[in-house]
Design a protein around this ligand. Structure first.
Ligand code: SF4
Length: 456
């Protein structure tokens, strides 16, 4: 289902580190799976901030020369997949406000659900917006508050409802805030005599950093004067980390809330196998995010794990898809089945989720065309029945196959020989003690939805 559901962003920051822009470049490159439509870096030197950003992958937007022209020891960066704010250039982050005393830059992962109400309030107070993204609203709010920059960021954070992991850069300091429910991940790690901050810990490991600290839900972490200070801008409540981070978005080498993503996925596979009685010859996973769950399923069921599908890693978001006529003639660019492995076999195919059902049907057909005798689809997450309003593009309710059909009807629609989903209880069990947002599976949203609720 890798073409059906999208994260909206990844953020990265480098504090008190030589060549902060280059370090941020490496961090963003590692977080590229979280957004491929645009990339940007802002570097601070005293009161001034220099920003470069553009559409495309991080490696397309930046060259060595461009990075060398961005001196400074403090930087924040962003990779973007746009839905809520649209694709216009003004929405590409970092967003920078030029001030008389100093500049301020912001990067944001998530979605502010009371954005409409906040925007109206700001417009009535005379604010003019360059773009349509909720991140620009946050920047205006910070600018309007009184007090030190830390106080202004804290006051702003208290007024935001929804999902946000935000980095604010101002006067050689970075302020990291995470929403009160902890919907999006955010961590930091010590590097040389400074720190790096990022959406996922995989971005630290490429820099040789293997220990990290999570920014807590409701926390502001200030990186200033060479040290770190932590403040609760609101008392920490129950964590509601987006379950999809573990199921699909995050890289398997990342650790979120002390739980490794690969371990979580393996456990979902093990739990699926424990509840299953299907007789099959091989277990395969849909690459890449379902491979860990397929390994867990194979280990627990005793059915051998095989590589039955291969993904073409070079089909990007801007790739020109084959026309329907070419598709009908068998031109499939993203995924291929390995005929000699699946031919004549009864196959258990593990996938991470079903959104519209069209991709699942395509993969089942692919395996059958390659000679698979039976395809038993096992989904390492519960049925998606409700849309997400916290920064994930999971379509509208009408488009979700799980909102319209029961399991038997979905099985028929995707042309599988059998189909099973994971229960919400098993999903929670796989996360151990980490509190999850499961709203897209049970419609139970952890915040007020404001005007977004009208879309339900
Ligand atoms: S609704 Fe679903 S996709 Fe959205 S934050 Fe919650 S678990 Fe994640």
């Amino acid at each position: 289902m890798f073409d059906e559901i999208h994260e909206e962003c990844g953020v990265f920051g480098a504090y008190h580190i030589q060549n902060a822009a280059a370090i941020t470049y490496y961090g963003l490159h590692t977080l590229q799976h979280r957004g491929q439509e645009a990339s940007g870096i802002a570097v601070g030197e005293g009161a001034k901030i220099q920003v470069r950003k553009g559409k495309g992958l991080t490696i397309d937007v930046f060259t060595r020369e461009k990075l060398e022209q961005m001196p400074g020891k403090v930087a924040v960066g962003h990779v973007r997949y746009s839905t809520a704010g649209g694709q216009e250039n003004a929405n590409i982050q970092p967003i920078v406000a030029r001030g008389r005393v100093h500049d301020v830059a912001i990067v944001h992962n998530g979605q502010i659900v009371n954005e409409k109400e906040l925007r109206i309030e700001l417009e009535e107070a005379g604010c003019i917006f360059q773009g349509t993204s909720d991140s620009e609203i946050v920047l205006h709010m910070i600018q309007k508050e009184q007090g030190t920059m830390r106080e202004r960021v804290m006051k702003t954070a208290r007024k935001l409802v929804g999902a946000f992991s935000i980095l604010v850069l101002c006067e050689d300091a970075i302020y990291a805030i995470r929403d009160q429910k902890g919907l999006r991940p955010l961590s930091y790690a010590k590097m040389q005599d400074g720190y790096v901050i990022g959406s996922e810990t995989c971005a630290f490991e490429v820099l040789g950093l293997y220990t990290h600290t999570d920014v807590k839900p409701g926390e502001l972490v200030e990186f200033k004067d060479g040290i770190v200070r932590r403040f609760d801008y609101e008392p920490a409540g129950e964590t509601h980390l987006c379950a999809m981070e573990y199921i699909y978005f995050a890289r398997p080498d990342s650790v979120i809330e002390n739980l490794n993503v690969h371990r979580f996925r393996k456990e979902t596979g093990r739990l699926l196998a424990l509840r299953d009685d299907v007789e099959a010859d091989i277990v395969i996973g849909v690459p890449d995010s379902s491979l860990s769950a397929a390994i867990g399923y194979a280990e627990a069921s005793g059915i051998p794990f095989e590589t039955g599908l291969v993904k073409n890693r070079f089909v990007g978001r801007t790739f020109i898809q084959p026309t329907q006529a070419l598709r009908d003639r068998g031109v499939r660019m993203k995924l291929s089945a390995i005929g000699p492995i699946v031919a004549g076999k009864s196959v258990v195919m593990i996938d991470d989720s079903i959104v519209r059902g069209t991709t699942s049907r395509r993969i089942v057909r692919l395996l059958k065309d390659a000679g698979a005798r039976e395809v038993h689809v096992r989904i390492a997450s519960p049925v998606i029945t409700s849309p997400c309003f916290y920064g994930v593009d999971t379509s509208t309710k009408e488009e979700l196959i799980g909102a319209r059909m029961d399991e038997a009807a979905i099985c028929e629609a995707i042309e599988a020989d059998s189909l099973r989903f994971m229960s919400i209880d098993d999903l929670k069990a796989a996360a151990g003690g980490v509190g999850l947002c499961t709203a897209c599976f049970d419609g139970s949203y952890c915040t007020d939805l404001y005007s977004y609720g009208e879309k339900l």
